[in-house]
Design a protein around this ligand. Structure first.
Ligand code: ATP
Ligand code: MG
Length: 313
């Protein structure tokens, strides 16, 4: 049952971001519409949601780049009106290009380091470490404007991390990054949260969302669902199933149905839906299959279900 439990009621004093009833309008458009969301310290929290659901707007509000029309928010223990005091503890990688195209990789990193007062040997060591992490050491003399899309993303991440922030806001950081480097990024993210940092990330890649401890699904400026990746699937109405290959499909399907299981015939196999994988044992004892496969629904299915709800879909 533990995988079905929603993550909630975390101790509020351990929240890196605590936001309540946020409202933001752009003209007639209400982009944040009563958004309430908490990001616990030391967590990787993934924001999912359709294009235009307000994810970037929320992230921008955390760093004070947009003025909210309503609601309350605390970031790293400060009210949002005083976020300037702790801005040096935040790293923000924007969804859009934010580096200087006419500076080299090295110079871009030096510039970001200087913004945070990082100098001398410490600066050199940090730049070397991060360029190695994003696998760009051999390109440090190239102009940022000449980089490929994925390389540019990698440099942006390195610049965002230069001052070792406590809160990392990463808006689609891995767009265009190849699978090997994406894996390196995620390993690095894990080491950062192990060290106590908090990461708020947006992505449209469901395999990345699966790696996060908490997933929040935003729709039309509100948080519609929140929990572990498994809990989100359950909230979307998706259950695990077990595919069985048996000798007598009809008799087995009847037996399982009479024991309260939902069974669907699927070609030469039976799909039996479970409330949780803990029920698998009972199903196997009843059906005694020749072969079987456990099937966990994907987060992508959950995303599609959640985005269809309310559209009559
Ligand atoms: N400065 C602005 N002025 C007017 N409208 C804006 C502004 N910024 C965002 N919007 C609108 O607010 C809505 C939410 O945008 P936002 O960028 O927060 O969405 P998102 O969830 O990040 O989407 P995506 O997945 O495409 O990145 C969109 O309709 C967008 O056009
Ligand atoms: Mg966005």
């Amino acid at each position: 049952m533990s995988d079905d439990i929603l993550i909630q009621n975390e101790a509020s004093n351990d929240m890196t971001v605590a936001a309540r009833d946020l409202v933001k309008r752009f003209g007639q458009l209400k982009v944040l519409d009563g958004l309430t969301i908490c990001i616990p310290r030391g967590t990787t929290y993934c924001l999912l949601g359709p294009n235009g659901s307000g994810k970037t707007t929320f992230i921008r509000s955390i760093v004070g780049l947009i003025r909210l029309d309503g609601g309350e928010m605390e970031v790293l223990g400060r009210p949002i009106s005083r976020v300037r005091e702790i801005i040096s503890r935040i790293g923000y990688m924007t969804q859009h290009k934010a580096l200087y195209p006419d500076l080299t990789l090295q110079e871009n990193m030096e510039f970001y380091a200087s913004l945070y007062g990082i100098k001398g040997a410490r600066r050199r060591a940090r730049i070397d470490e991060l360029l190695e992490m994003v696998d760009l050491e051999d390109h440090r003399r190239r102009l940022a404007g000449d980089l490929s899309g994925g390389m540019y993303q990698r440099l942006s991440l390195a610049c965002t991390l230069i001052h070792d922030p406590d809160l990392l806001l990463l808006d689609e950081p891995t767009v265009g990054v190849d699978p090997r480097l994406r894996r390196t990024f995620w390993e690095y993210f894990e080491s950062l949260t192990d060290g106590g940092a908090t990461i708020l990330i947006t992505t449209h890649l469901m395999d990345e969302a699966e790696k996060c401890r908490i997933v929040g699904y935003m729709k039309a400026g509100r948080l519609e669902a929140e929990g572990s990746p498994v809990a989100i699937k359950r909230l979307a109405g998706l259950r695990p199933s077990i595919r069985l290959w048996v000798d007598d499909s009809k008799a087995t399907a009847d037996l399982l149905a009479s024991s309260g299981f939902e069974v669907i015939e699927s070609g030469d196999a039976l799909d039996v839906f479970l409330d949780s994988f803990n029920d698998a044992r009972t199903v196997l004892d009843l059906a005694r299959p020749r072969d079987l496969k456990l099937v966990e629904p994907t987060l992508e299915e959950a995303f599609l279900r959640l985005s269809d709800i309310g559209r009559g879909g």
